[in-house]
Design a binder for this molecule. Structure first.
Ligand code: GLC
Length: 748
């Protein structure tokens, strides 16, 4: 039997090498050699084999790592599975690939997917943290390293980047994305796609990327995961779709639909999203995978009568691959035979999947991602760890620094206090893939020990992240009393953000605030280092601590990066990509909000009958784009025109001067406000930024160029247009930056 299969595979390969006369589908890229190759294979497949390619199953886990459910191996041998996820290491994946290639009739190779979200073995800061670096080259680089390590362990597809715009800190998955801004999120999506996919998908160190979760998952009502999403198409196209389109324009190979329903139709069965926009308007030629059992979930959504009906809705809506649901495997054959699904739609799905397997080079060599030598040489190597340390430093945001308590001087005695001082598990954050939580990551304590030796270090845990036990407070207070300065490392547990981790209260959990109060009562300067995956409500901490560093979950080299920042080896340059509210009651909160008809008048801030809360300001505690430095910068911005036509370019020249004694990096931001439009405009929107190194005393000059294209918006008819009128231009260090120029767009 094996000989028969191999002969068919060889026949297949020879057929493909020519493929000059393979059937080319009328509605697809004529010149794509991959389409022709895929069609050649498609022409050989039975209905069951086609359906098999649309099936994605998870590997299991046992104490030694990934393990395949015995049933899945049977499915594999029968050609009923096209891809496996959560499977890695060359040894394990080689066996699964061998079964697919040598024991099935056509020997079509498997793809191996995994959630390589912010690193594979070397773990970088969580994506929300990394986005605070505003360093697109860095984010491309970390995605590249993630792909190198993942592909070295047999993975050729990652379920990343997550490109969901998120404006509600109650939603735990805000940790996985690039924050609240569409423009910045779009650029970061491109950087991450390019990093994962490189410029040659057939190379052994590049992997398919996946733009997820399509679409508007971040707008889940009340910040509760998986919850309903309902919004105008204008808001969808203005805020939530652009990062997906940017990823597509960057060549992203796959999309993942989201769990949520959108305007009453689950994304998994939403032909408006999938066929009209993604595969129609945007002409996407990759494939769409569901989220985990999201086809099945159309039954509890109340949108499908039963699982078979759900499968028909999904395939008809344009879903190409079923993640873990088993629905396509169980019901698609019958649905096609009953005429509920067109076989041509299945063919299109299978063609898209096969094309990606060809692009990955898996038909040329199904084992080229399975190289044990690469695995040994590339995973967690020194170069990767150094990049991880650099990414962590550049992601950290200095939120407060009264009396220049930071940077610390090495002659000061430090007490390290808090439940996350010695942490090496949560520090790599959620969705940490194959990251190790038992000793590989560097805790803050380890980093200080490496700098100063053990004998000089004062440490007290004080309390846990969660729980009401305060029995450790006395020890913490005693340690503080012996020190010149206290560094407290506090925050959330990594499982308190990420999937299925929404919170109704975004304060520091447990007794951590009480611990801060007890330590602060000693009168010693207190530096808070926060490790968390979402904006927290920090008004009291902001009033109490002398300095606050937002470290997010900084990854494998997090401890060293914290020390580098605290001691000024690196001058912090991070800027928030999400607004930090004063209180959870302000959520959702974002800088590019509308003005309303009753804004709070600047000259009468206490006016009652305006859009406000009774006892809380509308403003965030820390705004989008905010982050301090150990130096300070002055700005001077000018623009070259007071009036532009649609064919003009407005040149904005910005001079940034480092006024302090330390070299630094500054994220120069440019925002625009359309004063009057046929759809109410936001009070401002980020349109340009540049991160520049500015040495002490140096002045850097930047030029930003804007055209009428930058002034476009979706009008009431959903046309993407610019309209004549007055625009305000703001330039500076965060989204509260001052007005620097006003200009008018006039008709030609
Ligand atoms: C999860 C997540 C998705 C992830 C997938 C596979 O439910 O929603 O982001 O890629 O399942 O793990």
């Amino acid at each position: 039997m094996a000989m028969k299969r191999i002969s068919i595979f060889l026949l297949l390969v020879s057929a493909l090498s020519s493929c000059s006369d393979g059937p080319v589908q009328p509605d697809r890229e004529k010149d794509s050699v991959y389409t022709r190759k895929a069609d050649s294979v498609l022409g050989l497949m039975t209905l069951e084999e086609k359906i098999g390619q649309t099936v994605l199953f998870t590997s299991g886990w046992d104490v030694t790592g990934p393990s395949m459910d015995p049933n899945y191996k049977t499915y594999l041998k029968n050609g009923n599975v096209g891809a496996v996820f959560n499977a890695f290491t060359t040894e394990y994946n080689r066996e699964l690939q061998r079964i697919a290639v040598e024991e099935t009739r056509l020997g079509i190779p498997l793809m191996f997917g995994y959630d390589v979200i912010h690193g594979h073995r070397t773990i970088f800061p969580i994506p929300l943290g990394e986005s605070a670096s505003w360093d697109l080259d860095l984010m491309e680089k970390t995605a590249r390293i993630a792909a190198v390590e993942a592909s070295a362990e047999g993975i050729n597809w990652t379920f990343a980047p997550m490109v969901d715009v998120a404006r509600d800190a109650r939603w735990g998955r805000i940790a996985e994305g690039a924050g609240e801004d569409t423009y910045l999120g779009s650029l970061i999506a491109v950087a991450r796609v390019k990093g994962f996919q490189g410029d040659d998908l057939s190379a052994s160190n590049t992997i398919l990327a996946c733009a997820k979760h399509y679409a508007a998952y971040g707008a889940a009502m009340a910040g509760r995961d998986y919850n309903t999403v309902d919004m105008s198409e204008n808001e969808l196209r203005t805020t939530y779709l652009p990062p997906f389109k940017a990823a597509l324009d960057a060549g992203v190979a796959t999309f993942m639909n989201s769990f949520n329903d959108l305007n009453g139709v689950p994304a998994t069965g939403n032909s408006f999203l999938l066929r009209d926009i993604l595969k129609g308007e945007w002409d996407f030629d990759g494939f769409v995978v569901t989220d985990y059992t999201s086809i099945n979930e159309m039954v509890p959504h109340g949108y499908a009568r039963d699982e078979k009906h759900a499968g028909e809705i999904a395939m008809n809506a344009g879903v190409d691959m079923d993640m873990q649901g088993g629905i396509y495997m169980k019901y698609l054959k019958a649905s096609i035979e009953e005429g509920k699904v067109e076989e041509s739609d299945l063919d299109d799905a299978v063609r898209r999947i096969l094309e990606m397997k060809f692009r990955l080079g898996l038909f040329d060599d199904p084992y080229h991602y399975l190289d044990a030598d690469r695995e040994k040489e590339l995973v967690l190597n020194d170069e990767h760890l150094e990049v991880a340390r650099d990414a962590a430093r550049k992601s950290m945001v200095l939120l407060k620094n009264d009396n220049a308590v930071l940077p610390l001087s090495e002659d000061k005695k430090v007490a390290l206090i808090g439940p996350l001082v010695k942490d090496e598990k949560n520090i790599i954050g959620n969705w940490a893939a194959a990251g190790d939580r038992n000793g590989t990551a560097v805790s803050v304590y380890e980093a200080f020990e490496a700098r100063f030796g053990k004998e000089d270090l004062l440490f007290a845990e004080g309390c846990k992240v969660l729980g009401d036990d305060t029995s450790g407070f006395d020890e913490a207070v005693a340690a503080a009393r012996k020190a010149d300065v206290v560094v407290m490392v506090l925050g959330e547990l990594e499982g308190m953000t990420g999937e299925a981790a929404s919170r109704t209260d975004i304060n520091l959990p447990g007794k951590q605030k009480a611990l801060i109060a007890a330590v602060k009562a000693t009168g010693k300067p207190v530096v808070l280092v926060l490790m968390n995956g979402r904006p927290l409500s920090l008004e009291w901490e902001n009033d109490t601590a002398d300095a606050i560093v937002e470290a997010w979950w900084p990854g494998t080299m997090g401890g060293h990066a914290v020390a580098d920042v605290l001691y000024g080896d690196y001058n912090p340059s991070g800027k928030l990509t999400v607004s930090f509210p004063r209180t959870v009651g302000q959520l959702p909160l974002f800088y590019n909000h509308k003005n309303t008809g009753r804004p709070i008048p600047p000259d009468d801030p206490d006016q009652k009958y305006v859009s406000r809360y009774l006892y809380t300001p509308n403003t965030p505690l820390y705004p989008f784009g905010y982050g301090l430095s150990y130096t300070s910068y002055s700005y001077n911005a000018t623009a070259d025109k007071k009036t532009i036509t649609p064919s003009d370019t407005l040149e904005v020249t910005v001079k940034v001067t480092n006024m302090g004694e330390r070299d630094g990096e500054e994220v120069v931001q440019l925002y625009l406000r359309d004063k009057v439009a046929s759809v109410t405009p936001p009070v401002r929107s980020l349109k340009r930024f540049e991160k520049v190194a500015v040495k002490k005393g140096q002045t850097r000059e930047l030029t930003f160029r804007l055209t009428a294209d930058d002034l476009k918006f979706y009008n009431e008819d959903l046309e993407f247009v610019h309209e004549p009128g007055v625009f305000e231009l703001f330039v500076g260090a965060n989204s509260d930056c001052p007005l620097v120029h006003t200009f008018e767009l006039v008709e030609e």
